[in-house]
Design a protein around this ligand. Sequence first.
Ligand code: HEM
Length: 367
Amino acid sequence: MNPQVIIPGPDALPLPAPVFLLQFLLQLTFLLHLLAMNALLGGLLITLFARIKGDGGDDPWTSLPDAVAKVSPSLVAATVTLGVAPLLFLQTLYGQFFFTSSILMGWGWFSVVVVLIFAYYGTYLQSFRGKDLGGGQMPLLGLTVILFLWIGFMFTNNTSLMLHPEKWAAMYFADARGLHLNLTDPQLWPRYLHMVLGAVAVAGLMLLWWGRSRLARGDTSGAFMVRTGGGTFTWFTLVNIVLGLWYYMAQPAHVRKLFMGGQPLATALFGIGFVLGIVLVVLGFLLRRQGEGANPWPVSVLALAEMIVMIMMRDAVRAGSLGAHFRPETFAVQPQVLNLVIFAVLLLAGIGVLVWMVRQLYLAWER
Ligand code: HEM
């Protein structure tokens, strides 16, 4: 066993933009990925729950999963497309860490591509075959959900293993076949569960908006979506506050200290994130009490703000964990202005096209 810390050097090629800009773009594009991923993963988990609860007749628990299943292939496309940009920024900035952890868990990491293909098929079958699948509909949905949960789990393994260079040499010399995961890390489970439950909460909020737009068109089935979506958001956010604290407690002492006065920004984020979490739960319960006519804007804007705070906290954990191992000030930078402008234009155009596609889909199935 070799106890030393071995970290590959940074890429010899200069960065195409200043570090602060790449950091900002990583967080911005990750937020977009997160929104799509939450709609997909959270939506599928809600769909599975509704399928189990529905009696197959006229009850709303039966029609809800049919509606969500129809949109899930488009959500896969959005999640994957919006995942590419943060992946590029992550590799550009943290390649030394991310590539090493990817190699240590090579087979698990490769599995993402294969699993994604089958999971994508699963959503297509649900969407296009629907009831024709007969008794196979529920098992297929269950399997599809498990496959997407697996993909998320691989991402959490990789993005947490990359934070522990001190573990790598021992792992590699114990077994170099790429069969490792990060299962012994105390932050793995709270981090993963926090992500998954957060996805369900955000998908609940999206369901609420969907229900409201149905109600606005005079479709009374929207009332059930509003109630179910609001309840899901509120209860899952409540549980997620506890999971967030567990995630915090699972950090090494020197990282925890950053959030307790050690670093002003991290401390402020921790305070804001915690208070926002409680405010969201209170607003969620108020929304439920006010019924279908309640205004969901305040809770939605604050939920988005909470997601941004969480992404920034995640970044503070990453910086705190890597500490002196990550030295961006030593990276060579050679800005490629034209490429950056092209990227910005294409990113905006891509988001525009996605919004347009979702709207067209929505109009098509509501007709
Ligand atoms: C479609 C199924 C997918 C699901 C369910 C999913 C889920 C997740 C989850 C849960 C995380 C958070 C991991 C953590 O930090 O604990 C994550 C991060 C990430 N995902 Fe995805 N993902 C999916 C597909 C993709 C794809 C296909 C890509 C790339 C093309 C991608 C790119 C990323 C990147 C780069 C991060 C980490 C960003 C960072 O650490 O700053 N994802 N994903």
